[in-house]
Each structure stands twice: as C-alpha cells, then as structure tokens.
Design a protein around this ligand. Structure first.
Ligand SMILES: *[C@@H]1O[C@H](CO)[C@@H](O)[C@H](O)[C@H]1NC(C)=O
Ligand SMILES: *[C@@H]1O[C@H](CO)[C@@H](O)[C@H](O)[C@H]1NC(C)=O
Ligand SMILES: *[C@@H]1O[C@H](CO)[C@@H](O)[C@H](O)[C@H]1NC(C)=O
Ligand SMILES: *[C@@H]1O[C@H](CO)[C@@H](O)[C@H](O)[C@H]1NC(C)=O
Length: 619
C-alpha cells in the first residue's frame, strides 16, 4: 500500500522506528511490533490508531470448486472496514477429486481455472494476497490444519470457508476482541482460544439440541469451535497442531463419548477436522468467544452451498448484522470476569482462582451454601494428577458438584482452578490464618493440612454446612454416599484407620469445634509419633481422639464396613459387593494397578489423561 503522503511521513517514520527499536530493545519480551502498520493518513497524531497496531491478522480463505461462493465471499471481505490496518489475505484452493469421466473432467478443469483467474485478478488493497493452489484433493481437514502455523504470539488467523459472507463490521469487531481480550492483561484468560462470528446454534453434548440463551447475553464463552468465521489465537492453535501431530502419529482417534460430533467422526472420518479440535479443547478446558445478537443476526453467515458439507444448498443460516440493522453498540465489550462461560453441555462454568485466604474461603463457602447443604472437602496431598483427574470425571458422571479440593501449591492446582473447579491452597490458607491465631504455629506439611482441614470445618459449621472430609485415594460408588448420613443421630462420623470424616452441622458441633478444639487437634497431631506422610489415619486419629475427649457424640465404623479395598486379591473383580458405598486403595499401590482395577469396576474414566466422555445432566 503506497501512500501519497509518504515523503512527508518519512521523518516521522524514522523517528518511530527509532523509538520502536529502543522500545523493543528494552522490552524484548513484549509482543513484536509490526512496523508496516503505521497508518498512512495525515491525521496520524490525533487518530486513535496512532498506537501502532501490535498484531497482524491474516484471513485464511478455504476454497474449493464453487466459483459463485468464493466470489461472494471475497467481495464481502473486501467490502469490510479495515480502519487502515494491514490485513493479509491467504487463499487456499483445494483441487477437485480425481475423475476419469472426461465430460466432468473438462468442466472441473474449466471451473478451477476460472476460480484461479478470478482470485488472481481480485484486488486486495489491505495487505498481502497469497494464493495456494493444491495439486490434489486434500479435503477440509488438511485445508484447515495446514492453513496456519503461527510465527509469533501476536499473529492471528481468521478462517473462512468459501460459502461464508461476512459483515462489513466484522474486522472492527475482531480487532475489538483482540485488543480487549488478548492484549489487555486484566482481561486476558489463558483459557480462550479464539472467537467465532457465527451464530451459536447447538449443544454437542446434548445430541445437538438447540442452544437456549437469554437475550441479555451479547458476548459469552463456549467450548465449541465455530467453523463459519473462526478467529484463532496463536498459542492454543500451535498447541493444538502439536497435540494433533502426536495423536495422529500414535493412531489415537479423537473419540469423545457423549458428543454428537463423535458420530460425525465415525461417519466422515478424516474428511472433517472438528472432532480433533473438540477433543483437544475438551482435554485442555479451553473456550471460544461467541456473540448472541437478537433476531438471529451474526457478523458471519454461512450460505450452506452444496458441496463437502451440504448435499444441496441449504441457504443462509443467519441474518447478516450490518450498519443498517445495527441497533446497539456492538463494540462494547464487558470485562472477561462478567462474561458467562459454558461447557459442551451448555452448562455454566465458573472459572476460578485458587483460594488462598480466609476471606476467599468464606466467600466460596458462602456461595456453596446457596446451592448445597453439604460440602465435600477432598485432600489432594497424597494424590497423583491422574487419580485426581479421574475423580473429576467420575464426579461429573455421578453429577456430584459440591466438592472442594485442598492441595499443595502447584501448576496442576492452578490449572484445575482455571477449569472451574473449587480449589484451596493448603499452604497459602495456613499462612493467612496463622496471622490471626493466638497460638504460634510452625508446622510440617502434614500439620498444615490438619490445621487447614480443621479450620475449613469450623467455617462450614459457622455457615451451617455439613462437611465430608476425604482423601483422593477413594471413589464413591454413587452420590448416595454423601447424602445418606444426613438423618443420623450422630454429629460426627468417622472411619477407623482412614481419613473419612463427616461433620454434621448443628449448634452442638459448632460449639465443640471452636479455636481451642482446633488447637487441641493440631497439638495431638504434632505430638503423635505416627508422622509418616503416607499415613492416612493420621488426621482421623487426631480428630477422633480429640472429639472423644470432648465427649462428642461420634460414630466410628470399621473402614471396610461400607467400603471396599482395591487389592491384588480381587484384581479381576468387575463389580463391588452389595451395600458398598465406596472403593479405597492404598497409596503404595502402583497407578497402573489402580487404573486397571478401577477400569474393571467401570470407574476409570480417563483416556489420554482427560475424561473419555462428556456427561450432560438435566440442569
Ligand atoms: C475410473 O474408471 C474405472 C472403470 O470404470 C473405475 O473402476 C474407477 O473407480 C474410476 N476411477 C475414478 C477415480 O473414478
Ligand atoms: C482493560 O480492561 C479493563 C477491564 O475491563 C478496563 O477497565 C480497562 O480500561 C482496559 N484497559 C484498556 C487499556 O483498554
Ligand atoms: C500410631 O500408630 C499405631 C499403629 O499404627 C496406632 O496403634 C496408634 O494408635 C497411632 N497413634 C496415634 C496417636 O495416632
Ligand atoms: C486375573 O486375570 C488374569 C487373566 O485372565 C489371570 O492371569 C490372573 O491370575 C487373574 N488374577 C486373579 C487374582 O484372579
């Protein structure tokens, strides 16, 4: 793009380059700066665009053999407002499939040459135009996957298939999204992989049911990828390409039980790419930005022309939102924290942070109280990532939602919080509550864990919540395990030799469980000689003996009176005996053994370190 004002701008350009050089020299970790994007208009200093565009956007147009489609699509792209930004256009033209019917062959050759000629002559004045003409038919999967390998973290791709038509407003909207949700650090989320401009339509975990959304939601996050106008963020896309490479090479198929898209994969196989991407997104817990404009409007519509996806033309899926139909400010973008997030079941998810203080814990329990009367506190201190992930999948299957994890600080803990699970950092919580405890406390990890648990139980009692405290080395058979005890006459319930404890909310238990009781539990634990970190009975013993000293009404049961041990002896058993409420295993047991044993019982839900199924429940 040659500017008539080039000469006048020259000194300014030199100066800018110099400033940019200094800037990038001192901030080499900052996103690279695209110097080609200095706006060429003479109102440079006043313009909002004088913040040199930090990113590059490339349109990836995937075309095939439909002349009318590609022509409509290109015209709509060229008709959009690019606000003086440089935007590249890359066109990938797939080859027709081999044929030996000479009549069709001539027609096909003619059509493809007509398309090439049209694309060649098409003037793209907003940036570079590049055409990739295939020598053989590769299909949609390779067209999508090979269209992009990001070369930096501030390069974006907007992928359009040729039967799409975009709104003239589409680019301004995409730019708004990138500036707001990628470059504004207070709005950035590592969970977001891009944005779809198509109208959201179906729920893949619920047999493809139609989406039900209230009209007040204009922007939201949803796990599903959209193939009709999809903006891709560089990091997740690169991550996906590497993931795909590994899975493809090892022959691991993108099967995700419970998803309508898995049925598509079984029918269409490698002709489509979405099942691969969906499986990847599911394993990572990532989300896509979507719009919800009233009146079935969208910034990108598919004409659903006859071709690879449609046997015959189905017509536009939505109404194009343009300047004339604009009756709201479409560039208004809420902070990411006030957007709603939906999973593949279109169930709302609340991506969170690790709870690190007493205040954060109170507000977590306070919001739990609005929905549940019991919380399940699960210690991850002696639990591997795989077993934890399996527990998450198992709970999803059983529709158990009222649980909170307690664990050591780690990337894994942060990651499960990002995915929307409730997580408490033991160490941070203990450091925070130490500050307002009368008794000085310098504890081992084990004592930290005991103090944290005892403190959380106290807060639960204050909020009139029952609490279960369990370890990660067990799995309930059904969700009845956690509701059956509500009517018991006892206020406390514990298993001998293992860390399963139930504390019933009552004024009596709240009275017992005060600060001095917590001190007593901690003191008992620290004087104990059984300080092996592997000893699950450690906490249980400290609490139950303290309770007994306080003459609390406590029911003690043998570990195996309603649980069953996963053992070498019963390794091939495929079901538990009647009345069993949970299975439990020792930490010494190898992961392989635990997983195969649980698999025999139908309780190993992991495949390739993520849930093998999406299970949607009636909400
Ligand atoms: C070409 O014709 C032969 C014989 O009619 C047929 O068996 C073959 O499948 C055809 N090939 C293609 C690519 O259509
Ligand atoms: C970044 O996002 C926050 C939260 O939405 C907003 O208050 C702030 O103005 C944004 N900053 C910029 C530079 O746009
Ligand atoms: C320590 O362990 C022994 C044997 O495992 C047990 O009998 C004893 O009750 C434990 N002591 C405490 C204080 O937990
Ligand atoms: C479990 O099954 C395998 C294979 O059928 C067999 O070799 C093994 O002895 C069985 N183990 C037990 C404890 O029954």
């Amino acid at each position: 793009m040659m500017s008539p004002h080039k000469r006048r701008l020259y000194p300014l350009l030199v100066l800018s380059l110099f400033v940019l050089f200094l800037f990038s020299y001192y901030h080499s970790s900052l996103p690279h700066t695209d110097i080609t994007n200095i706006p060429s208009s003479s109102n440079l200093p006043q313009s909002r665009n004088n913040i040199v565009q930090k990113f590059t956007l490339t349109i990836k147009l995937l075309a095939f053999d439909r002349f009318d489609s590609i022509s409509r699509c290109l015209h709509s792209l060229a008709n959009a407002d690019y606000v003086n930004d440089r935007v590249n256009l890359h066109v990938y033209i797939d080859h027709f499939k081999e044929t030996n019917q000479s009549s069709i062959l001539d027609e096909k050759l003619e059509e493809s040459h007509r398309i090439l000629d049209f694309v060649d002559k098409f003037v793209w004045k907003f940036g570079e135009k590049f055409v990739h003409f295939r020598t053989g038919n590769v299909g949609l999967q390779a067209q999508w996957l090979e269209s992009w390998w990001p070369s930096s973290d501030d390069e974006f791709a907007f992928v359009v298939e040729d039967d799409l038509e975009v709104s003239p407003l589409y680019y301004k909207f995409l730019k708004g999204l990138i500036v707001n949700y990628y470059f504004n650090s207070s709005n950035y989320s590592p969970s977001i992989y891009g944005a779809s401009l198509q109208r959201p339509r179906f729920v893949p975990g619920k047999h493809g049911n139609k989406i039900q959304l209230d009209t007040g939601t204009r922007l939201f996050l949803y796990q599903l990828v959209g193939t009709w106008g999809q903006l891709l963020f560089p990091k997740p896309w690169k991550e996906f390409r590497l993931w795909y490479n590994i899975h493809k090479a090892k022959g691991i198929k993108p099967v995700l039980q419970g998803m309508v898209t898995t049925g598509w994969y079984k029918r269409m196989g490698e002709r489509i790419w979405t099942p691969w991407f969906i499986k990847f997104i599911h394993s990572r817990g990532y989300f896509n930005i979507y719009t919800n404009f009233q009146g079935e409007r969208a910034l990108s519509v598919s004409h659903r022309d006859a071709g690879v996806n449609y046997g015959k033309t189905a017509g536009p899926d939505s109404n194009l939102l343009d300047e004339n139909s604009l009756d709201f400010s479409y560039l208004e973008m809420q902070p990411v924290t006030s957007l709603k997030w939906y999973d593949f079941c279109f169930r709302e998810v609340l991506p969170g942070k690790v709870v690190r203080s007493s205040d954060e814990l109170s507000s977590l329990l306070y919001s739990a109280r609005k929905k549940y009367n019991t919380v399940i506190l699960i210690s991850l201190h002696r639990t591997s990532q795989e077993v934890t992930m399996n527990m998450l999948c198992h709970f999803e299957k059983l529709n158990i939602q009222n649980y909170i994890f307690l664990g050591p600080n780690s990337d894994f803990l942060n990651d499960i919080a990002r995915r929307g699970y409730h997580v408490i950092s033991t160490e941070s919580l203990v450091n925070n509550i130490k500050g307002f405890r009368s008794k000085k406390f310098e504890g081992s990890d084990m004592l930290n864990e005991i103090l944290a648990k005892a403190y959380i139980i106290k807060l639960c009692l204050q909020l009139e919540l029952n609490s279960w405290v369990i370890d990660g080395n067990m799995l309930p058979i059904s969700n009845a395990m956690f509701s059956d005890l509500h009517d018991t006459a006892y206020y406390f319930f514990a298993t001998k030799d293992s860390d399963i404890l139930f504390v019933k909310s009552s004024s009596v238990s709240a009275k017992i469980w005060d600060d001095s009781f917590i001190d007593k539990v901690v003191a008992k634990a620290s004087s104990s000689t059984n300080k092996s970190s592997k000893d699950h009975g450690y906490l249980g013993n400290a609490i139950t003996s303290s309770l007994e000293e306080n003459n609390a009404k406590i029911k003690m049961v043998g570990e195996l009176s309603f649980g069953e041990k996963v053992d070498v002896k019963n390794g091939n058993q495929t079901h538990v005996s009647e009345g069993t409420k949970y299975v439990i295993w020792s930490d010494e047991m190898a992961l392989d053994f635990v997983s195969s044993r649980l698999d025999n019982l139908g309780m190993w839900e992991l495949e390739d370190s993520s849930c093998k199924a999406v299970v949607c429940h009636q909400s």
